[in-house]
Design a protein around this ligand. Structure first.
Ligand code: ADP
Length: 497
């Protein structure tokens, strides 16, 4: 994709209609409902007058939010491509300058250019760089300047009339929580779409998109291999999946092979995961202490998986044959409709803490190593998701009820509530592991001895183990309600059996 270089003072990249048509919604896979919503916008953009006669107007702004690498930029380009409209791409950081007046005049410039090409599309990536809350802490300086830039965006968006041919502004951010509420008000970014991590089916679809220009031995083999990779890549973004296929292509070329095979794909996956390279998948090669830590980690994950069983994803088996910063436990994924309650989310936060809690308990807080490093990150990510995305906490509800009603100081409140959930989760996790200490030890021994263990045996050990009852851990959420009460929860989580 060639851009016509910097445009005036605005630093934005201009991509003409002819060029932008290269990318379409076919390039984005998974999360079909997002495409459907955006396709509707494209239809309105293209047939502006026809829709206006019916009193239907295109939103002025669409805000795409979600983790990096999930395809937000791709979607913005696809909108431009599908609608065949010129596309002006800028980055929020382009407007953050220490010099007085520059930010505002760059914004003005950008909108002026886009307006001279109407209908057209402006894409502002990382819009939080300029659109963060006014009056908040001034991280990185340039606060007053940024504020001017933000005000200018608001002025520009309010400025253009909803009559005939317009400019559609698409913003992207992974920090919706720090955006200034004024941006989200009606008539500005009034369409907010979350672009999340893909499901298993979504991952398969994304892999297929990026396998289009790759060679496989046969269609059947391709299908089977991509299916396998999709199952092994929970929590991967589209960008990471694309990397796996590219890396596999490079490995294939390096080996002078004609087709991408299973070995290359798994090797590429391992690299993407940042898996510790042992040279061979054999735990005999690992230092004894690492092996022990790994066995404890897997045992703790297994016990927590029994204590808080995920009704939709029973676990299958685990091993200590390879090392990565994430647990080796494998699950049988059940697709279809998942019905999750608040307690399910909370329990999943507790489960995610297991690697970190066991390492701290067994080796001491000053003696942690990287094999549990991702656990706390993962747990707090889940807590944030529960708080903001599910609509099951006060903030999430306000979030969905009325975008313009954003809770004041949401970021600080989110942090405080997240910490509360984390404190609860760590406490709960640690009391479960103490209660089932003997199961943890037994599973660890089996792992050290045999290298692997299956669900059936884990359940057996878990159910038969002598337990040392621990005092109940409870916490209250922002309503003053119990976050969790009682062993299997008060909401009737199915007992294992
Ligand atoms: P973001 O803007 O959300 O950070 P990008 O749009 O830059 O993410 O994604 C980077 C690349 O990853 C895209 O160009 C695309 O090749 C790939 N990608 C990400 N998500 C998807 C998806 N859902 N379908 C197909 N490809 C994707």
């Amino acid at each position: 994709r060639r851009a016509l270089g910097s445009l005036g003072k605005s630093r934005a990249k201009f991509i003409s209609a002819e060029e932008s048509t290269g990318i379409t919604f076919d390039d984005f896979a998974g999360q079909e409902y997002i495409k459907r919503e955006l396709q509707e916008i494209v239809r309105i953009l293209k047939n502006d007058e026809e829709f206006q006669d019916k009193g239907i107007y295109c939103p002025k702004g669409v805000l795409l939010h979600g983790p990096p690498g999930t395809g937000k930029t791709l979607l913005a380009k696809a909108i431009a491509g599908e609608a065949g409209l010129p596309f002006f791409a800028a980055n929020g950081t382009d407007f953050v300058e220490m010099f007085v007046g520059v930010a505002a005049s760059r914004v003005k410039d950008l909108f002026a250019s886009a307006r001279s090409f109407t209908p057209s599309i402006i894409f502002i990536d990382e819009i939080d760089a300029i659109g963060s809350k006014r009056g908040g802490p001034d991280i990185g300086g340039g606060g007053a300047e940024r504020e001017q830039g933000l005000l200018q965006i608001l002025t520009e968006m309010d400025g253009f009339k909803v009559a005939t041919s317009q400019v559609l502004v698409i913003g992207a951010t992974n920090r919706l929580d720090i955006l200034d509420p004024a941006l989200l008000r009606k008539g500005r970014f009034d369409k907010i779409i979350r672009v999340g991590l893909p499901s298993k089916d979504g991952r398969l679809a994304i892999l297929k998109v990026h396998a289009r220009n790759k060679f496989f031995r046969s269609e059947e083999e391709k299908e089977a291999l991509l299916q396998e990779i999709a199952e092994l890549t929970e929590d991967f973004t589209g960008a990471e999946l694309q990397n796996i296929l590219n890396e596999a292509g490079i490995l294939t070329a390096r080996k002078d092979l004609d087709y991408i095979g299973r070995e290359e794909l798994l090797e590429a996956l391992k690299r993407q995961k940042g898996t510790f390279e042992t040279g061979q998948e054999d735990s005999t090669e690992m230092p004894e202490e690492l092996k022990l830590r790994l066995a404890y980690r897997e045992a703790a994950v297994a016990v927590l998986a029994c204590y808080f069983p995920d009704p939709y994803r029973p676990f299958a088996e685990t091993d200590i044959k390879s090392i990565s910063s994430q647990p080796n436990m494998r699950y049988t994924e059940i697709s279809g409709k998942v019905f999750s309650r608040k307690s399910d989310f909370v329990n999943s936060i507790v489960r995610a803490c297991a690697p970190r809690v066991i390492e701290e308990e067994m080796f001491g807080v000053d003696n942690l190593c990287w094999i549990s490093a991702k656990a706390t990150l993962e747990a707090s990510r889940r807590a944030e998701f529960l708080i903001l995305q599910t609509g099951m906490t006060a903030y999430g509800k306000a979030y969905y009820k009325n975008q313009s009603d954003l809770v004041p100081n949401l970021a600080a409140k989110l942090e405080a509530l997240r910490d509360e959930y984390m404190r609860y989760a760590v406490d709960k996790c640690s009391s479960v592991l103490r209660e089932y200490h003997s199961s943890v030890e037994t599973i660890t021994d089996i792992l050290l001895d045999k290298g692997e263990i299956k669900a059936e045996e884990i359940w057996d050990i878990y159910k038969r183990a002598p337990r040392i009852p621990q005092p109940a851990v409870n916490a209250v959420d922002e309503y003053g309600a119990l976050i969790y009460a009682g062993r299997w929860g008060i909401h009737g989580i199915t007992l294992p059996g």
